[in-house]
Write a protein that binds this ligand. Sequence first.
Ligand code: 0O2
Length: 225
Amino acid sequence: MNASTLATYSDNQSTEELKDVLMAYAKINKNYTAAIREVRTKLENLDDDFQLLHKHNPIHHMESRIKSPESILEKLQRKGYELDSKKISKQLLDIAGIRVICHYVDDIYTIVELLKKQDDLTVIKEVDYIKNPKPNGYRSLHLVVEIPVFFVNRVENIPVEVQIRTMAMDFWASLEHQLRYKSEGEIPKFIADELKECSENIANSDLQMQKIHSFLDDLDRFSPK
Ligand code: 0O2
């Protein structure tokens, strides 16, 4: 927690309350880090096994993060939720996040299907921004999965948001994010229009690349060993 967040808190709360908030975040950080580890391991195992069976890694790379205290507080406020560490895991489903960057669009749906087959993992939310892109052009597939994490004397079901997208979609999203951050939320219209056009070009290129890759697969399958 940074100095300004602490300052906002310390203005309004007693030392005891402040200590509680810090303890709650330390616990959140530890528990959600454990949940990320579990889901990452599942994804790594799937990627390795897929490579062995199909000579292709669906996953290019992964990134993960725990939501910062500022971001947690901002979202709680925006959604009108009170700060209660016991309710937080039901209210905010994206405290733990993993971003899975795939080579091809088909890889995204392969990963989703393989995750859904794992019976210790429950998909509690699925939003397909690839089939239904956001109006600004954002494309990605979002899942929230709940994973049981075994601690010393208890098991906790912890939600983890998994964002799955191609490298091209990721490239677009990071540029759009930077622009939004730099322009404090309001991207000028002419840039927003260009971004939208880029998103459509990228979607077409992703499909073309997918087609070429499938052709490569066919060549491999039919070429004499
Ligand atoms: P961060 O830093 O990535 O954690 P919400 O909008 O959060 O109230 P919901 O339904 O969880 O509610 O949102 P959504 O839109 O399904 O997914 C939220 C996350 O998806 C965002 O997290 C981004 O990571 C990503 N995302 C969604 N829309 C866009 C977009 O238009 N551009 C980019 N670049 N990313 C997007 P956070 O919370 O914004 O932040």
